[in-house]
Design a protein around this ligand. Structure first.
Ligand SMILES: [Zn+2]
Length: 199
């Protein structure tokens, strides 16, 4: 996790990681698209959708409160001091999100430097296995898409340079390997073709 934070710090323009103290609120369950249009909905401190009349949150006591906000164009986030992350990663409730240059929460594929990440539909950075479209991908603990060999649970998997998990036959560095439909590289006793190399 240490490495993760470092990596993100380097790309984050409005970092407040050290000072962020976000109370548990139901962002995940709070996606509510009612209203639409340009009306802004706020989700602060776990409260359901509400509006900030005259810019004030009805749920904030002294000072502000951190909030997810939503309008017709998407979601964004603001800290209690009113600053909102833009063009950077932000950890909120143990999950990482990426906010684009306009401050909107990103979803889907994201290229950051040489690394590729995937943000789930709720904006949370993917880690571990994900099926995206027709293919399986693997994202390490810091969210970076894995390529090459991956050993897990006693099996070896191979992720192509575009991240797609290999199934069936695959020539890797001149050797032919066989992967089952779940991507596990086959061991010798399961191999039928002698031309293939065992994992
Ligand atoms: Zn509010």
């Amino acid at each position: 996790m240490k490495r993760l934070v470092k990596g993100f710090l380097a790309t984050c323009c409005l970092v407040m990681l050290a000072t962020v103290s976000v109370s548990a609120h139901g962002h995940g369950g709070g996606h509510h698209h009612g209203g639409g249009g340009s009306v802004q909905y706020y989700y602060c401190g776990g409260h359901s959708a509400h509006q900030h009349t005259n810019g004030a949150c009805p749920y904030s006591g002294n000072g502000g409160t951190s909030c997810w906000k939503h309008d017709g164009a998407g979601w964004w986030y603001c800290h209690a001091d009113g600053s909102c992350p833009k063009q950077c990663w932000q950890q909120i409730d143990q999950k990482w999100y990426y906010f684009n240059k306009d401050g909107y929460m990103a979803t889907g594929w994201l290229k950051d430097g040489q690394k590729k990440y995937y943000l789930d539909a709720d904006g949370a950075m993917a880690t571990g296995w994900r099926k995206i479209g027709k293919n399986w991908y693997y994202f390490n603990g810091s969210g970076a898409m894995k390529t090459g060999w991956l050993t897990q649970g006693g099996n070896k998997y191979y992720l192509k340079s575009d991240g797609k998990m290999v199934t069936g036959k695959k020539v890797i560095k001149g050797k032919t390997y066989v992967f089952d439909k779940n991507g596990a590289c086959q061991k010798l006793k399961k191999l039928q073709k002698k031309a293939s190399v065992a994992c």
